[in-house]
Design a protein around this ligand. Sequence first.
Ligand code: PEP
Ligand code: MG
Length: 884
Amino acid sequence: MTQWVYCFGAGRNEGSAEMRNLLGGKGANLAEMASIGLPVPPGFTITTEVCTWYYQHERRYPADLEAQVKAGLKHIEAAVGTRFGDTHKPLLVSVRSGARVSMPGMMDTVLNLGLNDATVEGLVVASGDARFAWDSYRRFIQMYGSVVLGVDHHRFEEIIENVKLDTGKTEDTELTAPEWHRVADGYKEMVREATGRPFPQDPWEQLWGAVGAVFSSWQNQRAVTYRRLHDIPAEWGTAVNVQAMVFGNMGQDCATGVCFTRDPSTGENIFYGEYLINAQGEDVVAGIRTPQPMAQLKAKPGERSMEVAMPKAYAELVQVRQTLERHYRDMQDIEFTVQSNKLYMLQTRNGKRTAAASLKIAVDMAREGLIDHSEAVKRVNPAALDQLLHPTLDPKAARKVLAKGLPASPGAASGIVVFSADEAEARAQKGEAVILVRIETSPEDIHGMHAAKGVLTTRGGMTSHAAVVARGMGRPCVAGCGGISVDYNNQVLSSGGVQVRGGEVLTIDGSTGEVYVGSVAMIEPQLSGDFATLMEWADRVRRMKVRANAETPLDAETARKFGAEGIGLCRTEHMFFDPERIGAVRQMIMAETEAGRRVALARLLPFQRQDFVDLFRIMAGLPVTIRLLDPPLHEFLPHSEYEIAEVAQSLGANVDEMRRRAQELSEANPMLGHRGCRLGISFPEIYEMQARAIFEAACRIGKETHKAPHPEIMIPLVATHRELEITRAQIERVAQEVFAETGYHVEYSVGTMIELPRAALTADAIAESADFFSFGTNDLTQTTFGLSRDDAGKFLPLYVEKGIFPKDPFVSIDPEGVGALVRIAAEKGRRVKADIKLGICGEHGGDPSSIHFCESVGLDYVSCSPYRVPVARLAAAQAALMRR
Ligand code: PEP
Ligand code: MG
């Protein structure tokens, strides 16, 4: 025989917290609370399996359910000492839903069930309170009428309003017993008229009606939508909990409340919540009366805390709070009722909380000995941690949404709108806060992005230039905001008929992608002691190292401050845009001969050497991976006629000549064009100069500090092993030259990025010449999917919305395709060279679920933008704990 019904309370606890799949969260926790001795009104749970059965059998029940429900009700009757349907001392029950995970307010509930024209009289006598009894009866007819019988709830409200009008009263609380009696009669009359049948008087008919309504509510529109939004499978079903009623509305020594064992917004270890004297559960949420605080510490003038109003029940509740936290080892969200000064627990579950609260609660609980350090590390969501590292919009502040784009780099920023990088820089120098608005950004805009408080683009996806650079700099960024159009000529942006001119104020929220007109109040991040403590615990269990993608001294310093253990990607091209050196870069590009290029490169060498001296000094003793030049050369040349003329003049070059060269270098698909090691092979002098700069800097720091850095030189966009052999030989030659010239020697490694499918598939051959692999998963995603990083924004959101892609593959690694290539390359590489160092430096290196993937492949490190380093440290720790 299948057990469809599980009893709880009064010493008969057939369920437990572990049985949440079968009993639903509410049922499982009621049983658990009862079994640890907390005061739970007795009841029983009809399992989720009945719900599944019900839907598989045209909304009928298993044959043996009825007998089991009858037995369950007998258990309640025996425990409480009243009988269901008894006209003298009637038992009343509540009937509530309860799925595996909580779906607040999505399904139905019926209270005070068991009342009818006869039992209400019994309740009058038994409670000694006619007003209470008739109020309960009318509440029951109202709830049952709308939930089970489908009568529009407005029709009930109308009847109360009429009685109030007749009697000249304005508040529900002023109505007397005879007046509630009149309301109940009016309700029954109306229900008969609306449904064509009298209101059911038989308590058993009422019970089965309510059970059916709860099961049916599993498929109501609200619940279906909620499940879709939260990925809850329809097969799970809901349980039904039938429980003896306790009354918080039987007088001044009664109350009902909802509370959290700690403050869910700050995490503070204080009893937090609200209660109402002489009220039933729905009154607390309905907002008719103003609930009062639990703890006196939280009471404002004029408020009456439960601590003061009901000291005995409060003391008992404080005890329960401690028992629950000790037992569940987590912050609980609880519901309770006090009837005649006696406390009853109606629900407990792990409470939802803000990012800040989750950090504080995890650290506090570990300190209190409730959980261990590893558990604390597991409790904090790394994505939520990200919110704590950046300013956020004050949730209480008023705001007006203008448009929504992609949440490309977290944090919020307000400032005046500027449309060019130069203006951003000029205004920022004068101390103004600016938001740089561009259709899209290019490497030439870096100085403006750096100067701006935030960046907004109307095109591009999550790995577009703007997104990657903004994340690297820790600047909030909204990218791909297609709802906004930008008119550079007239210096105005517009969306849905609203215009914002250059110089007017805009606010962006890079965590949600929202853009607001005007400024919105912000909250500054608090990197309190708890943050540092949790990071320390995370670092103790982490296996993978965490490095940062950084090229400027400022980025490197930020990275170290956030705990980076080296640089995993220094994109050297970013160093070329500085106004002091871009001229030499362009001179190199314009040169027709190798000799001409060498002259220009000789001008660049001292700058580049100084870059590396600075980086090595900041990263003292830590590994630094330097990627040689990657992007196609046209990116360094001016594009508009005006800029071409200006640059030609400053270089002393011919305008036509410059235009011709720019045209010659332009490419239809630069991502697959003359870039990466292809440049290093066609123009070996470029990589030679870069290698020289690296070795000279390393030798200088080595001599100076007697702690020589260990540079890791990385070749981009390798597709075949020959490419790496050739470029490696160039680098080794330069190394020997520099060591001979300086009389100093440093250890170094040469490796490659794996960012093309061919490189992944032939990683064994490539490993012969590589000391390390770093997975460039931005390009690898792009080339595996055949999906352009900069153009995908036009349709990617639709693909995600339609479920064609489960997630944006530029944000979270695609484990089946791109991930398979990473796995293959890692295995092939290790087969040839067991100790080959493996890392990831694409944007995925800072994404928690991708970091779990990296742990599963056994990578040695992840590298991400400096501001994501703490997120990566925590995610790597969680991945390690999960793998154990
Ligand atoms: C990559 O392709 O993943 C990478 C890190 O290089 P970039 O983003 O500079 O192309
Ligand atoms: Mg790349």
